[in-house]
Design a protein around this ligand. Sequence first.
Ligand code: G
Ligand code: G
Ligand code: MN
Length: 395
Amino acid sequence: MISPRKNSVLGLVELTDTDDLFELHGTASSRALHDVFHDRLKGWVRSRDQWRLLDNNRICVILKDIGSQGELELAAAKLGRIFKEPHYHRGRPMPLEVRAGFAEVNGRDKDLKLAMQQAGMALWQAKKKSHLFDVYSPQCGMNAGDEQKLVEQLEVALEQGALQLYYQPKIHAGYRSLIGAEALMRWHTTDQKVITPDQFIDVAERHEIIKPMTWWAIKSAVARLARWPDQLSIAVNISPALLLEDDILSVVQDALEIHGVTPARLNLEVTESIMVDNQDVMLSQLARLRDLGVKISLDDFGTGFSSLAYFRDLPVDEIKIDKNFVLRMMESEKDHAIVKAVIDLAHNFSLKVVAEGVENLDIANRLAELHCDILQGYVFDRPLPVEEFERQYRV
Ligand code: G
Ligand code: G
Ligand code: MN
């Protein structure tokens, strides 16, 4: 939330879905469109604001003297108005859709880089929700009281066994055989509802509760692995901040030892954002986990602030291409190109590649042609309750 002071706000504004338009109108129109994007933005920013291009369809802006959430909303509304009218290219309307993410820059000492990351997260949220804009806030729109209540409910849920791991199959791209599963958390409430992690993981991550939740997930997944055939593996999602906890090493090691599971069958999925803060500590923790013999996957690859330079040094075994690229790869040449490039890049570093969001067989077949190693998506199965998964795949 914007505090009631005169503050600066950093914004990232992105022109979305331009590749569809280019396919429709030809790439010659792309210059015209980017020019229109830039021209219209000039009508949005005020003279005291600073802005610069990040690339053709993305700008970074520092809005000065935004005193309240209301003022920011006014600025965002103006942005919406400015892009409301389509652009006419050779007489044909080309709709311009923009999304924005904002984050407060308060005080001199606050790192602009941090504000960039937070605005990036807000932009990602805006895109996910198809909203014009989103504002980064540590509370994510929830007030402190509601958030505390949710944390308490999670504590009870964890204690009473209301959290469950669902399993989604990971399939060998060539043979189409089962190679393992990703464990995805679900919360079964007392009123029979099943709540997905997007409604509680963010909050959990801001509190200590994420630790016992994740330790439980690791133990529960490893216990299940012990009952499955040796060739199968399970992937567990790990929140980036937990890599900074020393306990993670002993939790993983103990679970594997107690159940007599070969470490290489356990996969820990971490997102690219691990590289944003505390890079050195993150890298050394990943390396220590790998020394135990477990495999590390880089999740949601392509969505964060990855740089090829640290890619070179990352102690990981597998890259998971973010589903947003995979979902549209048959319609969007650009997404297809990204998927292909990530596969080739990963293979050059001897990393396995998983594509998530494989929703139909056309995508699956194309990914196999591109030599993607592992497929995951609704075309095979949604995340399933453990008994159903075991029945379906006879494990
Ligand atoms: O199905 P899906 O809605 O299951 O999951 C949404 C997101 O929540 C995924 O991107 C995943 O990274 C995250 N998630 C799912 N399960 C867990 C978990 O056990 N721990 C953490 N940290 N994140 C999870
Ligand atoms: O941690 P991660 O982002 O990898 O979690 C995977 C997420 O993707 C989960 O929310 C899961 O339910 C979702 N998912 C898995 N397969 C598909 C798919 O084929 N299409 C879509 N849209 N989502 C998927
Ligand atoms: Mn994952």
